[in-house]
Design a protein around this ligand. Structure first.
Ligand code: FAD
Length: 304
């Protein structure tokens, strides 16, 4: 059995693997796709000490760093269940195989919800973005839309309004669902237009980049076009934790509830990164969090 088995190979899982391996304990990483969300990222400019890099290059560097240590990397392995067994934890894989470990660190990350309109996939990373902290500065002085009027959408609109030229906030419902304090702040900004009861119908482009979007007024049925350079989709981030329902305590958003050392509700099972309740979903935060969970797991091993 492993001393530390990490499920998930994104920044959180990679950092956890390096920290665990450096303690000299038997470490494994089982992941569906090593690199995680970073594989879908074009430019990364906010991992401190790395001024500028690209997602796949960063993912390769993560893997090289992990491979530098004696870590058993099991790629293309999807976990489907986890359960406490005598002397540890058993992780069942989609392939039918099962792995046993004294401690497990879950770092299965999250995925952004898509609006599923024509143009979204085609112009992904070519004007269609999901992370305002990451990609906001790329649209300095330009026109953007934010799709979604919940807390994340309204926060994104407020954040972007300080960087870009103009923001159009598009909400499907007849009212915004964000907290009142955010709505007040939004209403005070001169360069934000809010469209309510508005359904985004298509993201338009010139073949190279986004050039606008069309939306339908759900009351009148009329369709209009807005010219712009960027579209931020903010209709939800879903943690990849469906397989843990009923096993680990999850928040109402499906995030794994962890304490300050990454310990979950099940002794010996730790979690880190975007899959957890830790706020602000970013690479550097996930990596730091993975390191923390590995130290938590090591402490658990020492005390067991
Ligand atoms: P993830 O990166 O999501 O990794 C999860 C891992 O778990 C993957 O290996 C996945 O295959 C695996 N997995 C999932 N389910 C299972 C399962 N059941 N069994 C086994 N393995 C499983 N952040 C920044 O800081 N800067 C940026 O510029 C930036 N740009 C971004 C651009 C885009 C398009 C996106 C989508 C995100 C961006 N982010 C950026 C956010 C950043 O990528 C995430 O915060 C970070 O990757 C989270 O790391 P993680 O390890 O927690 O999870």
């Amino acid at each position: 059995p492993f001393d530390v088995l990490i499920v998930g190979g994104g920044p959180a899982g990679a950092a956890a693997a390096v920290y665990a391996a450096r303690k000299g304990v038997r470490t494994g990483v089982a992941s569906e796709r090593f690199g995680g969300q970073v594989m879908d990222t074009l430019g990364i400019e906010n991992f401190v000490s790395v001024k500028e890099t690209e997602g796949p290059k960063f993912a390769l560097a993560l893997e090289e760093h992990v491979r530098h240590y004696d870590v058993d990397i099991m790629n293309l392995q999807r976990a489907r269940a986890l359960a406490p067994v005598d002397g540890g934890i058993r992780v069942e894989l989609e392939s039918g195989a099962a792995l046993k470990a004294r401690t497990v660190i879950v770092t299965t990350g999250a995925r952004w919800k898509n609006v599923n309109v024509p143009g979204e996939q085609e112009y992904r990373n070519k004007g269609v973005a999901y992370c305002p902290h990451c990609d906001g500065p790329l649209f300095k002085g330009k026109r953007v839309a934010v799709i979604g009027g919940g807390n994340s959408g309204v926060e994104a609109a407020i954040d972007l309004a300080g960087i870009v030229g103009h923001v159009t906030l598009i909400e499907f419902d007849t009212q915004l669902r964000a907290d009142a304090v955010l709505q007040r702040k939004l209403a005070s900004l001169p360069n934000v237009t809010t469209l309510l009861n508005a359904q985004t119908t298509e993201i338009l482009g010139d073949g190279q980049r986004v050039s606008g979007l069309t939306w339908r007024d759900r009351a009148s049925g009329e369709t209009s076009r807005v010219d712009l350079e960027g579209v931020f989709v903010q209709i939800g981030l879903v943690p990849n934790t469906e397989w843990l329902k009923g096993t680990l305590e999850l928040s109402r958003h499906g995030e794994i509830i962890v304490d300050a050392k990454g310990q979950t509700s099940l002794p010996g099972v730790f979690a880190a990164g975007d899959a957890t309740t830790v706020p602000f979903k970013q690479i550097i935060i996930a990596a730091g969090d993975g390191a923390k969970a590995a130290l938590g797991a090591f402490e658990h091993l020492v005390r067991a």
